[in-house]
Design a protein around this ligand. Sequence first.
Ligand code: ADP
Length: 262
Amino acid sequence: KANLSDDEKVKINMQRIAHKILVLSGKGGVGKSTVAVNLATALALQGRRVGLLDVDFHGPSIPTLLHLEGKRPEATENGLLPITIEGGMKVMSIGFLLQRPDDAVIWRGPLKIGAIKQLLGDVAWGDLDYLVIDFPPGTGDEPLTVAQTIPEADGAVVVTTPQDVSTIDVSKSVTFCRQLNIPVLGVVENMSGLICPHCSKLIDLFKQGGGEEMAKRMGVPFLGRIPLDPQIVQSSDEGRPFVYHHSNTEAAAAFQGIVEPL
Ligand code: ADP
């Protein structure tokens, strides 16, 4: 493998992965990383071989969400070993390659491209059914650079919240995908209503349905809603994938429903 160029290594490695799914959002804070972790976990719970790759340079949050902070992937002759977590999912994050958590913020384009090629080509992913890729938020230079470096993505899942401002950002993400010829697999509306812990009625915190409306208007599939659930916050604070530990909740069922068509 030593004589191969970076691009050849990426190509050979990616050929062993059946589906590559990008998780995008028009802006930060809508739960993109949470959705990426739980979609990947939901797929793993269905018995699929799954990898989760975090290429969010500005805030690689997968290590925190899965309690893998400070981990260093082992370098072997087959490449960097991803970290295998409960449920068998293989995890790799740009955060594992940084000395300090904000190092990558000051990286220029070529350095970022090099890092992504390393994460795709030098990591020993092995044979996978799915690689779920947690993208940098927004539609600016950074996600653009990342998207252009990842060959043959199957498509993108766009995460939004129901508020109008957020759904406007969705249309930007859809346009972003169209310009790059990346199929939009669909829109996920996260933080969609809150189940009252006292009366079990749905509290329509941010006006449900904005994501679905926007998907319809943009002519892309709507994949489903994830309610606000305090247990999701708790799970991410504890570093445990929510759907793995709270599989009997409405929110976990919603994640399982979303991966159904993927
Ligand atoms: P992003 O990747 O879009 O910046 P994160 O996935 O880091 O967002 O989520 C931001 C915060 O919101 C985290 O604290 C996470 O636990 C919380 N969160 C995300 N989705 C939900 C949800 N459906 N219910 C409750 N909390 C959520």
